[in-house]
Design a protein around this ligand. Structure first.
Ligand SMILES: C[S@@+](CC[C@H](N)C(=O)[O-])C[C@H]1O[C@@H](n2cnc3c(N)ncnc32)[C@H](O)[C@@H]1O
Length: 215
């Protein structure tokens, strides 16, 4: 589950340019829908610059954020002044009395050494009858499928070209720091999710209820 600091300290500088767009907006809205009716505090793991957090906060949800990368945290604090952002990587995340109402990780666990262990760690942090919500790239997701979807959602040609160029430049660092995308993480889940769905064909959302029927 190791946190890849060299990769993320570079990635954080271009993150909003790449991802502050309508594609992330659709994903964030879907996450908010999944969390409808949740009582209690929600822990977001690896919130990055806060692109999804801001939708949760706008929807009236009580969120504690946690993000190990200092540059991402500083962008987050500029965007969401009133939201606590703890410096924890998932492996050091602390629970609260009674557990969280939900734990959410959007496009985080696929970047960890052991995505299955990450989900189990998240399940240990939630209260009874609470949810773990994990969004990851789908097995078929690629830079070109993301760019195609961006075009369908109205992103300009310049923006799409920039997206591809930045990814080409980041690729060697991603390989060197082993922060790449493993292909089939779903097959590795120790406890299967209660629900799985796809957003725009490029992001999979898995939801675990805790305790689940298989516990
Ligand atoms: C692709 S970004 C996603 C950011 C945000 N969730 C979003 O959707 O905009 C991945 C984030 O996971 C964080 N991260 C990486 N390893 C982590 C770990 N072990 N524990 C918690 N967060 C981690 C990174 O610092 C980065 O901010």
């Amino acid at each position: 589950m190791r946190f890849r600091r060299p990769f993320f300290s570079v990635y954080s500088r271009v993150y909003d340019y790449l991802w502050d767009n309508s594609l992330t907006g659709v994903l964030a809205d879907t996450i908010v829908q999944e969390l409808g009716g949740i009582e209690g505090t929600i822990l977001e793991v690896g919130n990055g610059s806060g692109l999804v957090t801001r939708r949760m906060v706008d929807a009236g949800l009580d969120v504690v954020a946690s993000e190990p990368d200092p540059a991402m945290r500083s962008r987050f604090s500029g965007r969401l002044t009133g939201v606590v952002c703890e410096p924890w990587p998932l492996e050091e995340a602390r629970s609260i009395d009674g557990g969280y109402g939900a734990v959410v990780a959007v496009n985080v666990v696929h970047m960890m050494d052991d995505a299955a262990a990450a989900v189990e760690a998240m399940r240990r942090l939630v209260a009874d009858n609470a949810l773990v919500v994990v969004a990851t790239p789908g097995a078929q997701t690629s830079v070109s499928s993301v760019v195609r979807t961006m075009r369908e959602l109205g992103a300009s040609r310049v923006r799409r070209f920039g997206f591809v160029l930045v990814h080409l430049l980041l690729m060697p660092l991603s390989v060197l720091t082993n922060a790449g995308v493993p292909r089939d993480i779903h097959a590795a889940w120790i406890t299967p999710p209660e629900r799985a769905s796809s957003v725009l064909g490029i992001t999979d959302i898995c939801v675990w209820e805790h305790p689940s029927s298989s516990d």
